[in-house]
Write a new protein. Structure first.
Length: 177
């Protein structure tokens, strides 16, 4: 399946035990390469597994990688672009949605590129409860190091201007439709 620029997709996040974690009702495809799919959204409804929902407050541009075990969300805020990174399976997509497995560990990157590792306790708990295989844990640890190096070197997508350019393209696309 080839994605088209401007195509609207749902994004579905699962946990390792195949339980639904979260659904973003709409994301607009901005680009697809061999390495990643870029989507953008603004004020999107997000439905949690328990049925509760909320709307995103800030616009975002997300890189979903096809071979990397993480995704990167550039969040556009008044004080600059921050990033939220999820350790996750590579993205899969079908007619229904873009899909990935969330592996709990997250990195929050502030506009000054200081960052914090989040949800370590959740990772440890789910690792035990859902029996993450040793091979998976090794992959996640290695991918975390790659992600951390990308943050430290501020390589794509960790570039505020790059994220703002994609967001402007998203706004232009929405004006056309």
């Amino acid at each position: 399946m080839t994605l088209q620029v401007g195509q609207r997709m749902t994004v579905q996040s699962y946990k390792h035990d195949n339980s639904l974690h979260r659904i973003w009702q709409e994301a607009t495809v901005m680009d697809e390469t061999e390495e990643y799919i870029i989507v953008a959204n603004k004020k999107t409804k997000v439905v949690e597994a328990n049925g509760r929902f909320w709307h995103t407050k800030e616009p975002s541009v997300t890189y979903f990688y096809k071979k990397r075990w993480f995704n990167v969300i550039g969040i556009i805020k008044a004080n600059g672009v921050s990033f939220y990174c999820n350790l996750s399976s590579p993205i899969l997509y079908d007619e229904e949605a873009l899909k990935y497995i969330d592996y709990d560990l997250d990195i929050k990157v502030l506009p000054d590129f200081s960052y914090h590792l989040l949800d370590q306790n959740e990772y440890r708990r789910h690792k035990m409860q859902m029996h993450y295989p040793k091979e998976l844990c090794a992959i996640l640890e290695n991918e975390f190091k790659i992600l951390e190096n990308m943050v430290n070197s501020q390589s794509t997508p960790f570039d505020s201007e790059h994220i703002l350019t994609w967001y402007q393209k998203y706004l232009n696309l929405k004006e056309i439709k």
